[in-house]
Design a protein around this ligand. Structure first.
Ligand SMILES: N[C@@H](CCC(=O)N[C@@H](CS)C(=O)NCC(=O)O)C(=O)O
Length: 205
């Protein structure tokens, strides 16, 4: 495995899943190269590399292409083991945390963000995400659901607050780990998009 090959991240600035990987580059002090892709399809330069996989981000090292942040993170942890992303409390839960942060937590985050942005979301973006989902990207329904989404989002952030309440500096314990990275994506996304983020998060110092 030649170490001189550049690490290339295909991503776009607003992408929360990309933010996870950018954070890991920082945490592990990994030099990387950036290819900014369009927020919506078509991505004619990237699709031949991924074989049609259209989610973001994608990592490239030489001729190897890594799709999905779980796979990307595993590869980065393997190539750059220090500092580790494993939790003080064990590796299993650190990996499993993505099933919380990337699914139910993220679902609330996305609905809250797009429901709040409402008519600011470009039609081209809505159409693109409808093609990806094979279902309606129903902004009006998301807007109507804001009260539930906000309460559920508060519950998720509340768990972070509870975990840190014992005086642990990080969710993983003494050092930042994968649980911190995974969870942070959802706080970052709300902060990046919602003017009311500070107000929403004020109860969680
Ligand atoms: N399970 C994937 C999810 C990635 C994902 O859903 N990314 C969003 C952008 S942050 C996406 O791909 N949206 C559709 C697109 O960019 O085409 C992962 O962990 O990488």
């Amino acid at each position: 495995m030649p170490e001189h090959l550049p690490i290339i991240l295909h991503h776009f600035d607003e992408s929360p899943f990309s933010e996870k990987i950018r954070l890991i580059f920082g945490l592990k002090n990994i030099a990387w190269t950036s290819v900014r892709i369009s927020r919506i399809m078509p991505r004619p330069d990237l699709m031949p590399l991924t074989g049609g996989y259209r989610r973001t981000p994608v990592m490239q090292i030489g001729a190897d292409i890594y799709c999905d942040t779980q796979r990307i993170i595993r590869e980065l942890e393997h190539r750059f083991p220090a500092p580790t992303l494993s939790s003080d409390r064990g590796e299993g839960l650190a990996w499993a945390s993505a099933m919380w942060t990337d699914k139910s937590f993220f679902q609330n985050t996305v609905n809250l963000v797009f429901g709040s942005l409402a008519d600011k979301v470009p039609q081209s973006f809505i159409e693109d995400r409808e093609k990806l989902r094979g279902a309606k990207f129903d902004i009006a329904a998301m807007t109507a659901a804001i009260p539930q989404m906000r309460d559920q989002y508060r519950a998720h952030v509340g768990w972070i607050e509870t975990q840190l309440a014992g005086g642990h500096p990080w969710l993983g314990g003494a050092a930042a780990d994968l649980v911190d990275i995974n969870a942070y994506m959802n706080v970052w996304y709300v902060r990046s998009n919602l003017a009311v983020a500070d107000q929403l998060l004020a109860e969680f110092p």
